[in-house]
Design a protein around this ligand. Sequence first.
Ligand code: FMN
Length: 193
Amino acid sequence: MQKVSIVFHSVSGNNYLIAKAFYDSLKNRNIDVNLFKVRDDDFEKLANTFEFAKKYKDEIMSVSLYDFNELLDSDAIILGSPTYFGNVSAEMKSFMDEFADYWPDAKFYGKKLFAFACAGTPEGGGDMCLNAINIFGQHLGMFNTPIPSNLLEGISFPAYGLLHYVGDNGDIRPDEKVLKAIDKICEILCTQK
Ligand SMILES: Cc1cc2nc3c(=O)[nH]c(=O)nc-3n(C[C@H](O)[C@H](O)[C@H](O)COP(=O)(O)O)c2cc1C
């Protein structure tokens, strides 16, 4: 695996922090890596609504929008979304729907896919958000990379993606354990055949 593109949607910063941790870990492993966000016309308005969301507003605004040429050139794509009503956000879904242009010629066939998501609470359907990302990838012929928790130390996620609970107020940020797991996931993604 030589080139990876990470694409995220984030309003209050949690998915951004996870995306950035993937970016930093892959960069440290000498992977050619892109960090992209999806289009979100309401972002600035929404991010200004909550005090804790404002913290990463400027950083998120400075991230480049996805570029399909870069995605096509990547060996792996890492996608992260907030869970909105047990699914990906509308912004992530509109990004996914743009792949329709690349489906007929199977342009994404054979690329690796890794999914991550944030959700408010464990009963909030975050696993269905991960599932939506993985099903999307399967439609395009991408290979989900399962990482069972027994390969990670001291933290448990579904085997089909990383899921972080942000709490009812959305302000439980990914901690050291999550960041360490992300680093381990990157090690596995880089060494796996
Ligand atoms: C419109 C909306 C719908 C949401 N629906 C759910 C949900 O169904 N389940 C859940 O656990 N959390 C839900 N949440 C909480 C978000 O998943 C959480 O705030 C988000 O993942 C935080 O990600 P971010 O910090 O990257 O923006 C919802 C939040 C919003 C704004």
